[in-house]
Each structure stands twice: as structure tokens, then as C-alpha cells.
Design a protein around this ligand. Structure first.
Ligand SMILES: Cc1cc2nc3c(=O)[nH]c(=O)nc-3n(C[C@H](O)[C@H](O)[C@H](O)COP(=O)(O)O)c2cc1C
Ligand code: SF4
Length: 1436
């Protein structure tokens, strides 16, 4: 008889106490099965779930089981917490590793290896279980004690424990002191021993008898509670080496990390201060008693082997392992999981037997495709689809006449039912697959029947097709960066039975992490929980192994999507387990990585739905409850608030526990606590949205249960039931609600008076601009939505908490001025103004993003790999700009897609860095091809003389960049806070000068190029399946001027940005080079302009006049922003140019405003500092002085269309491309035409293309012999039109709608029709040939340099523009506001009489801009900072 059986027979608990025993089958002849009064549970039927259903707090439950069943039931063990239960566990596999693996349950744990211990521990176990109302684990090694028990007739003490329950009431539980028990029995053989053997094996007494004189023995009989201090106090101070001898069946020749070591490493500092320099584990199997002295000697020698110069064997195994069968597996787990790299992966593999687990993506594969979770998810959907078809087929075959064997029908219907239940825990799977196996065999035997043959043919005689599996996807934390937009989202919404394991390996203090990354990673769990039908767990193998196992098992059993977030922090694969342990500890203890499980399948009892498993959060919860109490006091002044707090004042323990669980859930879910405050916003540009989110955060910090949502998400039926609601709306259009508030407002406005909001308390804050529509008659547009909303809510009987608040862009601090006052009133009114709130985290700025990006890497690679969304994360959107890529969305389809519940149609614009605007035919051809294959079918020539492709979807981005690079074009630094594309005059008339400026343009561009290797790494490195040509990577590698890393101290190759530093420039930086008399590049419009001074005799460029501080961008109605023309710094010789520019840039880098991007451009730095001081600083850095400016004369800033011949005899044709859009229209197949020309040029090895800053193209360098052919092509494709009206040839626009996210009004799509109308007017006055520089842009950013135009329209709202007049014809003078916010009728009506006057009154050669000034129509803008001065009243 085994010791356990003995115990069973002696266990006669007094009713209502219960005794359970697990048995392998009903016919089992074990003591458990034949002893009366014992409830038997079949081992393969999830026995612990039956126990959990009937456990009670006021009676003792005893469970007899074995370690195999216990390991399988580990996920239930948490649910036993709070109940007096004694678990007697037979160590049937003779493997003690299970004991430490359950340590984080913190249940009292005894180990009995002798009769005496068994009796002593048994009685103690009951006492403790009853007294502390908690389970006690009692591990019994029957192999040792069995004989002794048989011969010893010891009666167990009576096991009635009623007296405990009679005396005790619930409140007393908390008053019980901590339980202390002696953990070890110490045997000291002699003084001054160095080696301690900690014994976790059954050979305790044998070890005592054979203990060598140089060792101390500590036999563990109580494993929990464990007190490290008590332990170390007990052992002699001479001990420096500890060897833990553990009974295990796992013979491993690799170094493994045992969980028991964690007990010792918990307090690493204590080990150090105790002088312990070695701790290791030696595993033992079956030992021959006679050999024990040798074994002990071997153990002691091993731990001391360093003295002999050999390091100790970390995987020493002595003895014979117990023969391992299938059931050993779960126990072995413990030893295996702690290997670093694939810890979680291995646990999964071992939790499920072979066929029962399906890991869809090969997580460890180097092939990015098959390792990606998205790939796995696609595979899963396919499997599901096939399975659904099979189920449908099976359903149609549930007809006895179709099979000869009637049992098939029975099995088939069970099989269908199993599919519906969708349970996929290992025991369920074993059962289900046994059934599937049987079904398959019967089908094969019955294959002649119609039904069986149909099924067999459908599954292609593949048995596995009928089987059930636990299905898993494994992803890294990259998936968590953009939760809403990542693959996680797809899994969640699929509602399918799939499990996702996301392994997060980022340590808490990873300097590379962007602050908000951490937040977002935590949020993935909250995000998933919000779905209410997803199993979510947050686990950490080095913090709680039991919790991890529970989570995996529960996730798998859950019929629906499950997400397990698993933490394994390491910086290097060689990190030791100790380092990982320390990191994990830090993360869990600081609350960075909370441990929890959310299981909605247990809905009904909130306590069961959400389980918080990490103790630190419990402490945080305590703080939360304390704060709630404080709130009660505060809220007394406000009876309504108190209501919701009173409810939680119950002091019944169970209620308190429930509340804690709920509160923990709430707190985790959205940082909730206290009374509710719902914040709803409507916002077009983001101001109102940001404000609303900030308000909600601040409310949460004050203890309010705040939520924040867009007005779009308001459920009008729910609104009356909400208590405190705040609305924040900005103003769009003309006094209209922003897009995301329109639907709500329409419904509310038309809701009649039936909607009763009497119990709603509300307030509204509005954002507006009292001058957006400056005319007096438009004053009512100011903040109209917020005013209307406030009135409407009052009418529907809602009660204002505080009056309406209004923010005005015109106030000193913009809308913040009004907001600050209003928010203060709100806290006062809610009674929470006196609460001390922690400092708010600073918002993440572009500067933070740059700094944290690791030289422009960010998470771009991960974002590109995430195929579940077309988007990339917000910070990557900023970083990709440095790579020449902008994320946009097609605004034309925004609403439709939103209505369909789809994300916006995300597309990318990719801009090329094309120094000097020169392109080879090959380059043209590749862009033409890409435009068709991955773009929107057009190529855009930009206002900075380069190419842009629009409409590229994310998955094609990498391919596009690679294709461009195959012809040696890159997009690096085409956007971003760096020097961008260097633009220069197209200069078709002068080859010699062009060659010189072109060379310097290229030199400057290369000189100022960022040095980061991120671009190469992200886009170009290695082959790509989409490459048109497999030789591409070799082309990229061989680029002589390609990016290089720098060797720094320690021989590490790292990125270094010697010029820019890790935060690059405060804002973008642009350089243009003009060659008088042509100012086609608008040399005064940008940060740094160079005007080439040419020696007319030699045609050599003597040097350049440098202009610094130009810039176009403005924000409507923000007078602190203005356009500016560059200020003259003087003359620079060609060789000095790059360094002089670098010095200008360094001053801007170091003095530019990095706190306000609207004030960060060089133009503001130079005005704030003063031009002379700026110049001096540059000269100091440079060590040279600028020479006096040399004279030059510009005659225009436009292009001249048609053919010219340069002095070398080469021909150049400037081709008119309307607004730079190279496209095919039925009338003008220009794109095809230019492609044919490029092909001709390539085939005949002649010529190149040049782009102009006015968005036109030159076919350049054509020898006379090819002239006829090119001319033919121009004619054929209608590219030969040079007979353009004056205004058309000098007009341009920006891209604007639909792709530019900043556009308020149409530009590129509108300008052609508007020019048609202007042409008609001009013709009327005989002005068709007269050129007027006319520019239209969609917003104040001014991409097409509108502020230098003679006539400009700057978009303000749909179909509404500001009209500006008075710019200089040569781009030398800024214009000024003439009329604001006017529509087409007014535009035409305003311009018509002015054109007429110009026709009649102008002086010889006088341009329209100059005329407007001379005639007093508009005042001149002589300097940027005076742009807003002298604006006529009528303009406003
Ligand atoms: C196209 C446009 C139209 C606007 N129309 C108005 C208006 O009619 N009345 C008003 O008070 N403010 C108007 N504004 C000012 C905005 O409401 C204000 O700048 C606000 O801060 C923008 O907030 P948002 O970023 O949340 O949209 C308008 C702004 C824009 C860009
Ligand atoms: S000017 Fe404004 S609308 Fe036009 S492209 Fe530039 S940012 Fe977009």
C-alpha cells in the first residue's frame, strides 16, 4: 500500500467536508475507488473543474491526486485560492521539479518523504488550510514511505475541523499573522564547512547518514512559505557554495535553468552579502542506497571543482531516471522552458501532444513571409474555410441510408458538435481526436457507402483533415505598436477560434524605445478586452510560471480569439536567465508588465472574468481604493457624485473582492476610477481631439472614470443614461460641425423633444476663430457648433455643469486662453480641483521621435511587414518623411470607407531626391513603369524640380524604392528635417554654365546628405521577391556614394550624423540655385538661395550671391507665421559654397526653435536673431567673410516653352506639363509621349531630362540628327503645344486634394478651369499674351510658392480662397492679402476690373504685380515680417 492510499483510508472527514480522489478509469482497483465516502473523479475528464464547481468556504475539501493530473490541471489551481483545501499529491513520476514550478501560487507546500513527515504534515495541512482559508499542497513520495507505513500502525488524528469555522468570522481572516514554518532540517557534519546541500529529493535520511564531513545538509520538507532570510540565518556563515539536489527524470546535457534557483536569486543582494559565490542544481534519479556516499562526494566535488581549475558541471545528473512516459511531459516542461530564446514556444510545444498543436507561422524561420503572423492568419482562414465546407457536407450526410454502419451517424454528429463547441484544450483535443480517429477508421471500412465515399473523397483520404488542433500564431511585440491597425485587430474581429502569442522582449528601460511605445504595448491587452469576447492574458515566464501555464491552457480552451501577451525581456540572446529574471521582476513589480487573465467565457461572475495575478498591481489597487475614499469625502459636497461612491462602501469581504476585481479590470481597461466623465469630441484638424484626450487624462488623474470618444461614436440611445458628459467641438467650414460630429449633430438636432436628457449633466467647450470669416456679417460663424450644441442640450432638459466655454485662435494663447479658465471651472464644479495630480507626461514631439528613432529607423520595418493595415504608426509617419515618403489617404473616399467600417484608403507618396533636377531616360522609364504598376498612373513633377509618385500602397513601397534605386535614384532626404533636394535653373541656353551649377548642386546635395544607414537597411539590403531584376542588390551595394557606417571606439560600426546629430534639423531646409536672368527656381523663396554670378567673357561661374532665410509656409490667421524672402549674406566663391552652407545650417541647427514647429524654420530664427548677427555667427564658424554682393538682374521666374539651341549645338525643348502632372488624357497622351521619347533617347543614347521648379520638363541635349524624330514624337503625342496664353504658361498649383492631408480647398484639380475663365477675361482686354504669375494652393503652407505670385489663391475652406496680390514678376517681392475667404464668382468679379485697369493704365512693360502697387490697389510687402501689416479693411 502506498502512503497516499494509507492516507486515503484514514481520511474520514466529518460531513459536510468532502474528499475527492482522481482515478484513471471506473474499473480501477485502487484504494481510492474502493474506499467508501470518497468522490471519484475520472482523470481524463478535467477532474478539477468538478471540484471547483462544488468547493465551499465553510468546509474542508480534500483532493487525492497525482502529479501528472496536477500538472494538467494547473490552470485550475488559481481558482482554489480562498478555499480550505488539502491537496495530497502523489509524486508518481518521482520528479520533484513540479514543486518549485508551482511556487508562485504561494500555497503552503509540504513535502513528505518519510512516514513521520507524512503524519506531521498531514495534520498541519488541515490546520493551515482551515485557519488560513487557503489550499495546502502536500506532495508525498510514496516510493520511500510505503514499506514503513505498512509496518507502522499510526492512527491519523481526527479530521473534523468544524471548530475552526465556528470560531472564525470573515473579518478575522485578514487579522491572521503571516504563516511561518521551518523550511529545512539542517544537518551539520563539522564546523567551517563551505558547501551546503539543499535536498529536494526523497533521500533525506540516506543523505544524513552518508553526509561527508565537508558539507552541510538542508532537507526541505516545507517548501512554502519560504523565507530566504530565515534560511540564511540558519546556515553556517562559512558556507560559500550551495548545491541543490533535486529529484528529476530529465537527463539533460545542456545547461538548464531550474525554477528552484529563482528562490535563491530572488534576493540577489542577500546572496552577495552572504558571500555565496556558487549556486547550482544537480539532478538525481533513482539512486542505489549503497552508492549514496559516492553520490554525495561527487556532488560536493562538482560544486567545488573550480579549485581544480575545471568549472563545475551545470547539468550533472546522477542515477537512473524513472522511465518517462507520455504523462511525464507536463512535468518535464518546467526544466525546459527556461532556455532563453524560445521559452514560450517550447511551453506551447509541450503543452500539446504532437498533432494537437498547430503553430501557423514558422516563428523561428528566417523567411520573413512564413514567419509573419499575417501569413499564418491567412493560412488559418484557408483551413477554416475548408473545415466549414467539410462541416456543411457532413451535415447534409446525416442520413442513415447513406452509410452501412449506423455508428458513423452517431460519430459524425458528435464530430459536428465538437466543431461547434470549439474547445481546444489538450484533454478536449485528445478526446476529440480519438473520436475523429475512430470516425475515420469506420469511414474507411464503409468506403463503399455513398456517405463515406463522399467524405473520404472530400478529405482526400487524409485522416488529419478530420482532426482538431489548438491553433496558434506567434508574433513579436512589433504587432503591438499600432494596435488598431495591426494584425491583432484582424484576429480579434474574426471571432475565430485562434490563439495569438505576442512575445515582448523589450526591457523596461530600453533607451531605444519611444515613450509611447510602452504605453501602446500595454494597451494591446486593454484593446482586446474591449471586444468582450476575447480571452486575454498577460504573462511572464520568469515571474509566474503557473500563471503562464494557466493562461495557455485557458486560451486554448476558450472558444474564440485569444491573445496572450508574454514578456521575456532581454537585450541579447546571451543574456543569462538571471538577467532576464531581474528585468522581469522589475517590469512586474513596477507595474510595467502586469500579470492578468481575462476570460469572458466565465461571464456572469465578474470575479471570475478578470483575474489580476501580479501582486504589485494589487498594491496599486489599494492606492486606488484609498483614493476612492478620499473622493467620497470630497464628493460629499456634491450629492450626485456621492451616489456612485456609496455603493462601493460595503464591507463584506466577498463584495470587496468582487469590487476589487471589477475595479482592477476597470483600472486596467482605461485607467478608470471614481465617478464617470465621458468626453466626446468633434475635430477636423486634431485640436479638439487632442484637447478632449488631454481632458480625459486629467480627469482620470483626478480620480474620475473618464472615457473619450469621437462624437461619431455616440449612441444617442445611451446618452440619456450617462451622467457627466463633456463635448468639445471645433468649427469647420462656415460655422459647421467638423466631419466627425456632423452625423451626431444632425440626429440630435432632429431628435424632437422626445429625447429626455434630464439626468444628463453636461458642458461644452468650443474651438473657433473669431476672424476666420472676418466680415462683420459672418460673425455668427464664430464657434457656432458649440453654441448650437449647448443650446440644444439645454432645450432637451440636460443640466449644465458649467457654462459654455469658448476658445478663440485669435487670443494670445489661441484656444488655450479660454480653455484654461473653463477647465478650472469644471474641476471646481466636479469637486475635484484640490486633488494633487501627478505631472502630466510631456506630449511626444517630433524631436522626441527623431531622437528615439535610432537614426531614422523607428519601427518602419515592422510597420511595413504588418499587412493587416494600410497604415504605419504615427511616429513612423514622421520618420518615413526623411526617407522621402509621406503617408496620405484618399480623401475623396474617406467618408464612403468610413461608412463601410473600413479604415481610410492609405496610400503613400514617394518623392525622389534628384539633385539638379536631371534625369536619365532610364530613370524616366522606371518611374513611368512604377506609376502604372504601383502608383496612380501618373508621375508628378514637383515645384522642387523632382518626381513624385502618388498612390503607392504600403506593400509596394519597398519595391518602388528599390526600382528607383536600380537606376541610381534615391528618396533619402527628399522630405524631413534635413537639407532636401537641391534645385537649380534648367538653363537650356547655356551648356557651360549649366554644367558648373549642376556640378555644384550635386556636390551640395551629397555633402549635406544624412549619413544614416537606415535607408539602405530598410529599403535596399538583400534581395526582395518583388525585384524586377535579381541583380538589383549588387547595384545598391556597389553605389560608390552609398551610405556607410562609421567605425567608432570598441570597433563597433554605428551610425553617426556628424552634421545633423541624432535630432537632425529643427525643420526642413531647402537650397535653390538661380542663374540670372532666370529666376525659374524662385531663389528668394527658400532657406538658402544661391545666385550664380557668371563671368560673361569666360562663361565661368565666379561665385554665388547667397540669400538666407526665405520660406513660404503660413498658418491662416496666425500672424506669428508669415512668408519671407531671403536676406542677402553676400558673395561666396564656388569652392567655399558647401562649407558656407553647412555653417548656415549649423547655426540653424543650434539656434532654431525646436519647441514650436510653426516657428522652427530658419526664417524665424534669422528674424529673431537679426540678420547681421546670424551672418556673423556663420562667418565665425566658417572662418571666412562673405564678399560684397555682386550685381545681377532677373527678368522673370517663369519657364520659356519650345526649342532652344545651346552654345555647343545641342537642342533643348521645354515642354509644358500642366501643373506638373504627367498623365494621359484623351486629348493629351503626354505620359505615353514622354515614355516614347525616353525610349528613343535610351535606344539612341542621346539626351536627358531636366525638370523645372515650375513643374515642367525639358527634353535636353538632343543632337541635330535626332531632332526630327523627337519632334515627330512631340507632335504625335501633342507635347508640341507652346502656344499658351500668358497666364497659363506662368500659372502653377500645389497637389492639394485629394491626397494632401492639409488641403482645405482644391488646387491642382481646380486651376485648369479657373485659368480658362481668366483667359476669357484677359482676352477681352487684349491681355492673352501677357504673362501674370498666378498660383493656387490648397492651404497656407504654400507649396507652390503662392506668396511670391502676382496673383495667388490660398485655400481656406472648400471652394473658398484668400486672394493675394502684388508679388513681383521675378519672384523678388511678396504679395499681400487683398480679399479673404471668397469663392469663384467673387474671385472673377474682383480680378476683372483690375485686369481692365492694368490693360488701360499700365506703363511700358509694367507687370501686373508692380501695377497693383503703383496704382495703390495693394500695399507692397517689403519684408516677410510686415506681411500682415497694411492689409486693407476691405480685405477682411
Ligand atoms: C477650413 C476651416 C474653417 C473654419 N471655420 C471656422 C468658422 O466658421 N468659425 C470659427 O469660429 N472657426 C473656424 N475655423 C477655426 C477652427 O475651428 C479652429 O482653428 C480650431 O482650433 C480647429 O480645431 P480642429 O483642429 O479640432 O479642427 C475654421 C478652420 C478651418 C481650417
Ligand atoms: S500648399 Fe497646402 S494643400 Fe497644397 S500641397 Fe502644400 S500642404 Fe498640401
Amino acid at each position: 500500500m502506498s502512503s497516499l492510499d494509507y492516507l486515503l483510508r484514514s481520511s474520514k472527514l466529518v460531513s459536510p467536508n468532502k474528499i475527492y480522489a482522481t482515478i484513471p478509469n471506473k474499473n480501477d482497483k485502487t484504494v481510492a475507488n474502493i474506499t467508501p465516502g470518497i468522490i471519484k473523479l475520472l482523470e481524463n475528464q478535467d477532474p478539477f473543474s468538478s471540484v471547483i464547481d462544488s468547493i465551499e468556504q465553510k468546509c474542508i475539501t480534500t483532493i487525492f491526486t497525482n502529479q501528472t493530473v496536477l500538472a494538467q490541471s494547473v490552470h485550475h489551481l488559481y481558482n482554489l485560492k480562498g478555499y480550505p483545501i488539502v491537496l495530497n499529491i502523489d509524486l508518481n513520476l518521482h520528479d520533484y521539479t513540479i514543486i518549485p514550478s508551482l511556487k508562485d501560487l504561494n500555497y503552503t507546500t509540504f513535502i513528505s518523504t518519510t512516514t513521520e513527515k507524512l503524519i506531521e504534515n498531514n495534520s498541519l495541512a488541515y490546520e493551515i488550510a482551515a485557519k488560513y482559508n487557503n489550499p495546502v499542497l502536500h506532495f508525498i513520495d510514496s516510493s520511500v514511505s510505503v514499506t514503513k507505513l505498512q509496518t507502522t500502525s499510526v492512527d491519523l488524528p481526527p479530521l473534523s475541523l468544524d471548530h475552526y469555522f465556528e470560531e472564525q468570522d470573515e473579518e478575522d481572516i485578514t487579522e491572521l499573522g503571516p504563516l511561518t514554518l521551518p523550511n529545512v532540517e539542517l544537518t551539520i557534519s563539522s564546523a567551517n564547512v563551505y558547501t551546503l546541500i539543499v535536498n529536494l529529493s526523497p533521500y533525506g535520511s540516506e543523505f544524513i547518514d552518508a553526509l561527508p564531513s565537508n558539507a552541510v545538509l538542508a532537507n526541505i520538507s516545507v517548501y512554502r512559505p519560504w523565507d530566504n532570510k530565515q534560511f540564511f540565518d540558519l546556515i553556517p556563515s562559512s558556507v560559500t557554495k550551495i548545491v541543490i539536489v533535486q529529484r528529476s527524470n530529465l537527463v539533460s546535457n545542456t545547461k538548464t535553468f531550474e525554477p528552484i534557483l529563482l528562490d535563491f536569486f530572488q534576493d540577489f543582494n542577500a546572496l552577495i552579502s552572504r558571500g555565496i559565490d556558487q549556486i547550482l542544481v544537480t539532478n538525481v534519479g533513482e539512486l542505489s542506497k549503497t552508492n549514496i556516499p559516492n553520490v554525495l562526494k561527487q556532488i560536493v566535488d562538482n560544486v567545488n571543482s573550480e579549485k581544480t581549475g575545471t568549472p563545475p558541471n551545470q547539468s550533472l545528473y546522477i542515477g537512473t531516471p524513472y522511465s518517462v512516459d507520455q504523462s511525464q511531459k507536463n512535468v518535464d516542461l518546467v526544466n525546459k522552458v527556461f532556455s532563453l530564446e524560445q521559452a514560450y514556444y517550447k511551453v506551447l510545444r509541450q503543452l500539446f501532444s504532437g498533432d494537437n498543436l498547430n503553430i501557423l507561422n514558422q516563428y523561428d524561420s528566417a523567411d520573413a513571409n512564413i514567419s509573419s503572423p499575417e501569413f499564418g492568419f491567412g493560412k488559418f482562414l484557408k483551413i477554416q474555410q475548408d473545415r466549414d465546407l467539410l462541416i456543411d457536407l457532413a451535415k447534409t450526410l446525416l442520413n442513415p441510408t447513406l452509410f452501412s454502419n449506423p455508428k458513423i451517424i452517431d460519430l459524425l454528429s458528435k464530430w459536428i458538435q465538437l466543431n461547434v463547441e470549439g474547445k481546444s484544450g489538450e484533454p478536449d483535443l485528445v478526446e476529440a481526436n480519438r473520436l475523429s480517429d475512430e470516425l475515420y477508421e469506420l469511414l474507411v471500412a464503409d468506403s463503399d457507402s455513398k456517405g463515406a465515399s463522399q467524405i473520404l473523397n472530400f478529405i482526400n483520404f487524409d485522416k488529419k483533415t478530420l482532426f482538431f488542433e489548438s491553433t496558434w500564431l506567434i508574433g513579436s511585440d512589433a504587432w503591438s505598436y499600432d494596435i488598431g491597425a495591426s494584425g491583432v485587430h484582424h484576429v480579434l474581429t474574426s471571432k475565430k477560434n485562434i490563439n495569438v502569442l505576442i512575445i515582448d522582449s523589450e526591457p523596461v528601460n530600453n533607451d531605444n524605445s519611444i515613450n509611447n511605445k510602452k504605453l501602446r504595448k500595454k494597451d494591446i491587452g486593454l484593446y482586446a478586452m474591449n471586444y468582450h469576447n476575447v480571452y486575454v492574458a498577460s504573462v511572464a515566464v520568469y515571474s509566474s510560471y503557473t500563471q503562464l501555464l494557466s493562461s495557455f491552457i485557458e486560451a486554448s480552451q476558450f472558444n474564440g480569439p485569444s491573445i496572450v501577451l508574454a514578456y521575456l525581456p532581454y537585450t541579447d540572446e546571451n543574456d543569462s536567465p538571471l538577467e532576464v529574471l531581474k528585468e522581469t521582476k522589475k517590469a512586474v513589480e513596477t507595474g510595467y508588465w502586469p500579470l492578468y487573465r481575462y476570460n469572458p467565457s466565465t461571464a456572469g461572475n465578474p470575479e471570475d472574468v478578470f483575474k489580476l495575478d501580479s501582486s504589485v498591481i494589487r498594491k496599486a489597487l489599494q492606492d486606488f481604493l484609498d483614493r476612492e475614499n478620499k473622493l467620497t469625502l470630497l464628493a460629499n459636497e456634491s450629492p450626485d457624485l456621492a451616489r456612485s461612491l456609496e455603493k462601493s462602501a460595503s464591507d463584506v469581504i466577498v463584495a470587496k473582492q468582487t469590487r476589487r476585481a471589477e475595479a482592477a479590470y476597470n483600472q486596467l481597461l482605461d485607467g478608470l476610477s471614481g465617478p464617470p466623465l465621458h468626453v466626446y469630441y468633434a475635430s477636423d484638424g486634431g485640436n479638439a481631439a487632442t484637447l478632449a484626450k488631454r481632458l480625459a487624462n486629467r480627469a482620470a488623474a483626478r480620480g474620475l472614470k473618464s472615457t473619450v470618444l469621437s462624437m461619431d461614436d455616440i449612441d444617442l440611445e445611451e446618452l440619456p443614461g450617462e451622467e457627466n458628459v463633456i463635448f468639445i467641438t471645433s468649427t469647420a467650414g462656415q460655422g459647421e460641425f467638423p466631419q466627425d460630429g456632423k452625423a451626431f449633430w444632425d440626429t440630435l438636432k432632429n431628435s424632437g423633444t422626445d429625447l429626455d436628457l434630464a439626468s444628463l449633466k453636461f458642458s461644452v467647450f468650443g474651438l473657433g476663430d473669431s476672424k476666420y470669416w472676418p466680415r462683420k456679417e459672418d460673425a455668427h460663424y464664430y464657434n457656432k457648433p458649440s453654441k448650437d450644441l449647448f443650446k440644444r442640450l439645454e432645450l432637451l432638459s440636460a443640466t449644465p455643469i458649467i457654462p459654455l466655454g469658448l476658445g478663440d485662435d485669435q487670443d494670445a494663447d489661441g484656444f488655450q486662453t479660454g480653455y484654461a479658465e473653463w477647465e478650472k471651472q469644471l474641476w471646481d464644479a466636479l469637486g475635484v480641483s484640490n486633488i494633487a495630480v501627478p505631472d502630466e507626461p510631456k506630449p511626444i514631439t517630433n524631436e522626441d521621435m527623431k531622437l528615439a528613432s535610432n537614426f531614422l529607423r523607428g519601427t518602419i520595418v515592422e510597420g511595413l511587414a504588418d499587412e493587416s493595415t494600410g497604415a504605419i504608426s504615427a511616429s513612423d509617419q514622421q520618420l518615413t518623411k526623411f526617407h522621402g515618403i509621406y503617408m496620405q489617404d484618399d480623401r475623396d473616399v474617406r467618408d464612403v470607407r468610413k461608412a463601410q467600417g473600413l479604415e481610410p484608403y492609405y496610400i503613400f507618396m514617394s518623392r525622389i531626391r534628384l539633385p539638379g533636377g536631371k534625369a536619365t531616360p532610364d530613370q524616366w522609364l522606371i518611374l513611368d513603369r512604377l506609376a502604372d504598376e504601383v502608383g496612380n498612373g501618373t508621375v508628378k513633377l514637383t515645384t522642387r524640380a523632382t518626381f513624385q509618385l502618388h498612390g503607392i500602397v504600403k506593400k509596394n513601397l519597398k519595391h518602388s524604392i528599390r526600382a528607383m534605386n536600380s537606376t541610381l535614384m534615391d528618396t533619402l532626404a527628399a522630405c524631413g528635417d534635413v537639407n532636401r533636394n537641391v534645385m537649380l535653373s534648367a538653363l537650356p541656353v547655356n551648356a557651360k554654365v549649366y554644367a558648373q551649377v549642376s556640378e555644384i548642386g550635386y556636390k551640395i546635395s551629397e555633402y549635406l546628405l544624412p549619413q544614416t544607414t537606415a535607408y539602405h537597411e530598410i529599403w535596399l539590403k538583400g534581395p526582395d521577391p518583388k525585384d524586377y531584376d535579381p541583380s538589383w542588390p549588387s547595384i545598391f551595394q556597389n553605389r560608390k556614394d552609398g551610405p556607410k557606417k562609421t567605425l567608432v571606439g570598441g570597433n563597433a560600426l554605428v551610425d553617426v550624423e556628424p552634421l545633423y546629430g541624432p535630432t537632425y534639423l529643427p525643420r526642413k531646409f531647402k537650397i535653390n540655385i538661380a542663374v540670372p536672368p532666370f529666376n525659374d527656381v524662385d531663389v528668394f523663396s527658400i532657406d538658402l538661395g544661391l545666385i550664380a554670378i557668371v563671368d560673361q567673357a569666360t562663361q565661368l561661374v565666379k561665385g554665388y550671391n547667397m540669400y538666407v532665410g526665405g520660406g513660404m509656409g503660413t498658418t491662416h490667421n496666425n500672424k506669428k507665421t508669415y512668408p519671407r524672402t531671403g536676406s542677402s549674406f553676400g558673395f561666396v566663391e564656388p569652392d567655399d559654397v558647401p562649407r558656407a552652407i553647412e555653417c548656415v545650417m549649423i547655426v540653424q541647427r543650434d539656434h532654431g526653435d525646436r519647441s514650436n514647429r510653426k516657428h522652427a524654420r530658419l526664417k524665424y530664427t534669422i528674424d529673431d536673431m537679426g540678420v547681421e548677427i546670424y551672418k556673423q555667427k556663420v562667418e565665425e564658424l566658417w572662418g571666412k567673410k562673405f564678399g560684397p554682393e555682386q550685381s545681377y538682374k532677373f527678368k522673370s521666374n517663369i519657364d520659356y516653352f519650345g526649342w532652344v539651341k545651346d552654345e555647343t549645338g545641342l537642342n533643348h525643348y521645354t515642354c509644358y506639363i500642366e501643373n506638373g502632372r504627367v498623365e494621359d488624357t484623351p486629348d493629351y497622351p503626354q505620359k505615353t509621349g514622354l515614355k516614347k521619347i525616353a525610349l528613343y533617347m535610351k535606344n539612341n543614347n542621346v539626351g536627358h531630362f531636366r525638370l523645372t521648379g515650375n513643374q515642367h520638363a525639358l527634353i535636353s541635349g538632343i543632337t541635330d540628327e535626332h531632332l526630327p524624330s523627337i519632334k515627330n514624337l512631340l507632335k504625335k503625342y501633342r507635347l508640341d503645344n507652346t502656344d499658351l496664353s500668358g497666364i497659363r504658361s506662368s500659372s502653377s498649383s500645389c497637389v492639394g486634394l485629394p491626397t494632401c492631408g492639409l488641403a482645405f480647398a482644391e488646387s491642382e484639380r481646380y486651376i485648369p478651369t479657373l485659368v480658362d475663365k481668366l483667359e476669357t477675361i484677359l482676352e477681352e482686354y487684349g491681355l492673352r499674351r501677357d504673362s501674370i504669375v498666378f498660383r493656387v494652393v490648397g492651404c497656407g503652407n504654400g507649396c507652390a510658392r503662392p506668396f511670391l505670385a502676382e496673383v495667388a489663391l490660398v485655400g481656406k475652406a472648400p471652394e473658398t480662397y484668400n486672394l493675394l496680390l502684388g508679388g513681383g514678376y521675378c519672384g523678388e517681392r511678396l504679395n499681400k492679402l487683398f480679399r479673404s475667404s471668397i469663392k469663384e464668382d467673387e474671385i472673377l468679379a474682383t480680378l476683372k476690373p483690375l485686369f481692365k485697369r492694368w490693360a488701360l493704365e499700365r506703363q511700358e512693360g509694367e507687370h501686373f504685380g508692380d501695377f497693383c502697387i503703383r496704382a495703390g490697389i495693394i500695399k507692397p510687402t517689403l519684408e516677410g515680417k510686415y506681411f500682415h501689416d497694411d492689409v486693407d479693411e476691405a480685405a477682411l
